[in-house]
Design a protein around this ligand. Structure first.
Ligand code: GRF
Length: 216
């Protein structure tokens, strides 16, 4: 079966990009990354793509008069690469509603919280401050409203009493590196449908029973 052609949009370090690259390289993987697009010249993630032999494009948002012109340039690059699915992986620009709607149900993002809790930035310090017992990440289809859209995969991690935002961020990032490739695989394997703006995963197997924190 033909592999799903995926473009990954990044702005920085690219550790989620790396997780996707590694997973797509595994024998029998149902997706291939055809393009890495980045809005920040010199972002570390670009080197990861180059090392993996994946074509890269830098489209610096500062070179455009407005968001619509920037989004149109992204669109052209995605079309030229034949991308069928777009993965946002630490892409730090808001995309306009036009772009988001054109890519409806073909545009996914990883966010470092258990949405709909903690939309926006600084999720880990806000989770620590709120005293929540579990944190985590969400892979979701993108809708025009920031950090919203049908949820594909979530991964939960415990928050420990001694956690700082940095410690928690590292624990959540590990979870992101598992959740994002899983979500991509589910989509590429044709197991994901959006029904009434919620995701249905064919043949999904989930955990059973509650996780308690603290446990006693
Ligand atoms: C991740 O925590 C992701 O959830 C957030 O930005 C961070 C990107 O990290 N949107 P990386 O560039 O993938 O290492």
């Amino acid at each position: 079966m033909a592999k799903l052609k995926v473009a990954v949009l990044i702005s920085g370090r690219g550790s989620n990009l790396q997780a996707l690259i590694d997973d797509c390289r595994a024998p029998g993987a149902p997706a291939e990354i055809v393009l890495v697009l980045c809005n920040e010249p010199g972002a570390a993630g670009l080197a990861r793509a180059a090392t993996a032999g994946i074509p890269t494009r830098v489209i610096d948002h500062r070179g455009f008069a407005d968001r619509a012109a920037f989004d149109a340039a992204l669109d052209r690059a995605l079309a030229a690469a034949g991308a069928e699915l777009v993965c946002l992986a630490g892409f730090m620009r808001l995309l306009g509603a036009g772009f988001v709607n054109r890519w409806r149900d073909r545009l996914i993002n990883v966010h470092p919280s258990l949405l709909p809790a903690f939309r926006g930035l600084d999720t880990h310090s806000r989770a620590v401050a709120a005293g929540v017992r579990f944190a985590g990440c969400t892979v979701h289809f993108v809708r025009p409203e920031m950090d919203s859209g049908p949820i594909i995969v979530q991964a939960a991690v415990p928050v420990r009493p001694e956690d700082t935002a940095e410690i928690l961020a590292a624990r959540v990032l590990e979870a992101e590196h598992r959740a994002y490739p899983l979500a991509l695989r589910l989509i590429a394997a044709g197991r994901v449908r959006v029904v009434d703006d919620r995701v249905v995963v064919a043949g999904a197997v989930g955990p059973t029973g509650p996780s308690l924190n603290p446990q006693g």
